[in-house]
Design a protein around this ligand. Sequence first.
Ligand code: MN
Length: 250
Amino acid sequence: MRILLTNDDGIDSEGLIALYHALTPDHEVAVIAPDRNWSIAGHNKTMDRPLRVTEREWEGMRVYASDGTPSDCVSLAALGFLGYRPDLVVAGINKGPNLGDDITYSGTVAAAMEGVISEIPAIAVSIEDYLDWHFETPAPYVTRLVREVERNGMPAGVLLNVNAPNLPPEAIRGVRVTRLGRRIYHDQLVKRLDPRGRPYYWIGGDIPQSHLEEGTDAHAVANGYISITPIHMDLTNHRLLKVIEGWDLS
Ligand code: MN
């Protein structure tokens, strides 16, 4: 397959290079990635300025760094930058998990969403923890997942969200196909004063935790499994359609 590889951690991330090495033996891989870190930037399209793309070289291979967002990198490819439309978008390996509610913040998952909106199947890949990552752990699972996507195809409007425990390969217990879990964020509003006495604010806190319900992505990763969650873009709550139709709104 012709694969577009991107990420949200930026083109110099070891996670991107790990996926590149995992996918190049079997596929034609093009890399367009942001020139800086766009983690937690969500699904973000640049429309107020032009995009610049610069060529770089990796081990004799030409890759592209864009000053746009992860989603812009996918748009560039979907709209003809490479001279062909990729068959698959792969984003990652992200440094940090994208579990449950995290996907609404994630630039990695947003890149995959942009693929799906552009009618290109997409896979997002993340590894838990925020330092000393075992990128060698998810890489072969992504290779097998891509092979299965090639063999079985993917329904329109769906992406696959992969999360790996940060464990050495021999410690992985297997693969679980999961649903999205729920995250517990510990954000706090911290108010400080600048040197001129004006207030400014930080939003942030400790590393998020998860409700560890059986069958969820977070439960699988916490128990040593690679998690694969099929995600569709239809956020409609179908159960509530009739209920809200019954409200007195006219
Ligand atoms: Mn990131």
